[in-house]
Design a protein around this ligand. Structure first.
Ligand code: KG4
Ligand code: ZN
Length: 374
């Protein structure tokens, strides 16, 4: 079955053609980042207008580069929410009209479920069950995924999303928007242990996240040390040290919580998704953590959390220490390609394919939604 996917929830207009839910025939993404960059964030009205301009060329290119004809498209999957209402409406109305005009089934996809499906499109997709960390500009969620349709939300951020924290810290350092990739690049020349930024693990056994304290700590550090954020050369490497130390804190929390969540459900397969999942340091840390599991207790049980990092200079109430064991020889990490981490329509088409197979369809009365939870 050939499915056309359409995504327009934020600042990327995207279309993709997918065969049988797994083969990506084409995936086209038109990013508005350059436009929003000068405003330091996404301007919703501008985003909607740009989607209107891009939607037709992007869909046309996706169909032609897939080597299929319009008549070959057997179903349409489009992002229904969450996202910016005006932006969502552009893709949703387009998909509605396209499917109605051609008399083919169509469905509205939850953007977050789409991100989870990006993992299933990776070269080495995990079997069920798996635990996935979805970390993007708007969400930091942990899901226990037990089937194509079952996503248990195990934890989420109580304040800022991880990507949002990257974006805000980049802004504080005068690095512009979006911040994730710029921080990662600058951090390569910095020292991750230079500054003892806090790690918020929250209550013992909690799978929730909190990044607002870290964000405030970075701001405080910049003020107290009179860091010249306008200095382009960063002679003493102070901005690089801040970037590296900040990133180290986020990566520590994300990686330990993901592994702990999998351990708590007795699940051997873990995965990452969303824009922050493109971060190389996060991927490397997860690899290191699962390949250097702490010593066995003799029964094949391994105590994972005794190696958890302590928060430098802070009493850490919530750290998981030696109270958690699991029987796997090793966990396995599954990572989507970098292109599939950011917003794209291939993941939407993959999710929509399953919904269409299940008869979970939309009709002309259906509308978009801005906020949701799965
Ligand atoms: O999934 P995504 O493209 O859009 C949303 O649905 O939000 O995620 C965008 C977020 C931004 O906050 C961006 O700063 C972050 O992902 N991001 C990164 C990296 N690349 C993008 N964060 C950390 N490291 C990166 N390399
Ligand atoms: Zn997204």
């Amino acid at each position: 079955m050939i499915i056309l996917g359409v995504e327009s929830s934020c600042d990327e207009t995207a279309a993709a053609v997918i065969e049988n839910g797994t083969v990506i025939r084409s995936s086209v993404v038109s990013s508005q980042v350059a436009t929003h960059h000068k405003y330091g964030g996404v301007v919703p009205e501008l985003a909607s207008r740009m989607h209107v301009e891009s939607i037709l060329p992007v869909v046309t290119e996706a169909i032609s580069s897939a080597g299929v004809k319009m008549d070959d498209i057997e179903g349409v999957a489009v992002t229904r929410g969450p996202g910016l209402i005006g932006a969502l409406l552009v893709g949703f109305s387009f998909a509605k009209a396209f499917a109605w005009a051609r008399g083919i089934p169509w469905t509205g996809v939850n953007h977050l479920e789409g991100h989870i499906y990006s993992v299933l499109l990776s070269d080495d997709p995990p079997p069920f069950p798996f635990v996935v960390l979805l970390a993007s500009g708007g969400h930091t969620n942990l899901y226990h995924v037990t089937s194509f349709n079952d996503f248990e939300l195990m934890g989420q951020t109580r304040d800022d999303a991880a990507g949002e924290a990257f974006d805000k810290v980049a802004k504080m350092l005068g690095l512009g928007y979006p911040g994730g990739a710029v921080i990662e690049k600058l951090a390569q020349t910095g020292e991750p242990s230079a500054i003892a930024f806090p790690r918020s693990f929250l209550e013992k056994e909690s799978f929730d996240f909190s990044f607002s304290g870290l964000k405030s700590a970075v701001l405080r550090y910049i003020h107290e040390n009179n860091v010249d954020i306008d200095s382009p050369d960063d002679k003493e490497g102070i901005k690089a040290d801040i970037a590296a130390s900040f990133q180290d804190s986020v990566v520590d929390v994300l990686s330990h919580k993901l592994i702990h969540a999998a351990v708590s459900r007795g699940v051997a397969h873990i995965a990452v998704a969303g824009g922050v999942a493109a971060n190389g340091v996060l991927r490397k840390r997860l690899d290191e953590l699962i390949s250097s599991q702490p010593s066995s207790d003799g029964n094949g049980n391994k105590s994972l959390w005794s190696n958890s990092p302590a928060t430098p200079g802070h009493e850490n109430k919530g750290i998981f220490r030696g109270n958690c064991s699991f029987k796997y020889e090793s966990m396995k990490l599954h990572t989507p390609s970098i292109e599939l981490c950011g917003d794209n329509a291939a993941m939407i088409a993959a999710r929509g394919y399953r919904m269409i197979l299940d008869g979970n369809l939309c009709n002309l009365d259906h509308d978009v939604f801005s906020r949701t939870r799965i």
